[in-house]
Design a protein around this ligand. Structure first.
Ligand SMILES: Nc1ncnc2c1ncn2[C@@H]1O[C@H](COP(=O)(O)OP(=O)(O)OP(=O)(O)O)[C@@H](O)[C@H]1O
Length: 284
């Protein structure tokens, strides 16, 4: 028997109606699939429909036409209770870390919360240890940070708490909306490494970003969106090295290139060096 894809999107259209009665089509005829353990980065400029697509994938916005199936189940055909069960198999990291975290919980409490609610036979102490380990993997340690409420955390720290909150239930599918937009280059690498470890245990990943280079590090395939439409989809290395669509070529041309000149040893002393592809990025 053929294995069902984790995500199967067929000819998906999503529109929003304005108060004046006008209609804006945010997603226009997208089709793609992500297999179990597969990774897909969705790239496109601001307003191209990436967030709307992610929200449609977990049934937060209804399709105008077409279908979304997760784990072989068409979301439009599911009763509310079954849709909720399907959602429990997914993690979602929203784009805006402000307002996404429960304001009354500490960073540690916010990560523990989904696992405490789901109660999967773990003791509270197990959950606390797992939450601490996840936060540490994402560079968040120490009482001051772990005991801070959302208001006391930076945007980048909030994003990482959101990610840990999504990962603690070990989702089969993780949908991330710009999860590294507020991180420094070094932390972006750490986040990608954490995501890779979860992909290695079989998790499927859909990663939304503006950044084509980051997309290629996060995922094996890239889907480029332009004004709600699929512009190009292919193996990440292939899309970066041989883009087919002129829009993708423009996105690649817009990637800043760092000078290839070797840096004097003295400039590296006491600083963190991070290798991003062929480029060395120095963090002071
Ligand atoms: N709830 C909504 N009501 C009306 N229009 C919306 C709504 N959500 C999104 N849109 C519109 O749909 C289009 C796509 O928005 P979306 O947020 O999906 O783009 P995006 O690619 O994620 O952008 P960004 O990279 O800036 O986050 C935009 O024109 C946006 O204004």
């Amino acid at each position: 028997m053929a294995v069902e894809a984790t995500v199967r999107v067929q000819n998906l259209f999503v529109s929003f109606r304005s108060r004046s009665g006008g209609e804006h089509r945010a997603v226009a005829g997208l089709s793609f699939a992500v297999e179990k353990g597969g990774t897909l980065a969705v790239v496109g400029e601001s307003g191209s429909g990436k967030t709307t697509l992610l929200r449609a994938l977990i049934g937060l916005v209804p399709p105008e036409a077409g279908s979304v199936a997760l784990f072989g189940h068409n979301l439009q055909e599911l009763a509310a209770a079954d849709l909720s069960k399907i959602r429990q198999r997914c993690g979602y990291v929203p784009q805006d870390p402000y307002g996404a975290l429960p304001p009354s919980l500490t960073a540690l409490g916010a990560v523990m919360e989904p696992a405490v609610i789901a109660r999967r036979g773990r003791t509270k102490e197990d959950v606390r240890a797992r939450a601490k380990a996840l936060l540490a993997e994402l560079g968040l340690t120490g009482e001051r940070v772990l005991d801070s409420r959302a208001v006391g955390l930076s945007g980048g720290q909030r994003q990482r708490v959101e990610l840990a909150r999504a990962l603690i239930l070990e989702p089969e599918l993780l949908l991330c909306d710009e999860p590294t937009s507020m991180q420094d280059v070094s932390m972006r690498g750490d986040i990608i490494a954490v995501l890779r470890r979860h992909v290695a245990r079989g998790m499927s990943l859909i990663f939304v970003t503006h950044d084509l280079k980051l997309a290629a590090r996060a995922a094996e395939r890239i889907l480029v969106m332009q004004r709600g439409r699929l512009c190009e989809e292919g193996a990440a290395a292939e899309v970066l090295s041989h883009p087919q669509a002129s829009y993708t070529k423009d996105l690649i041309a817009a990637i800043p290139v760092l000078p290839a000149k070797p840096l004097p040893e003295a400039r590296l002393k006491g600083k963190r060096l991070y290798r991003d592809g062929g480029n060395d990025v120095i963090l002071t």
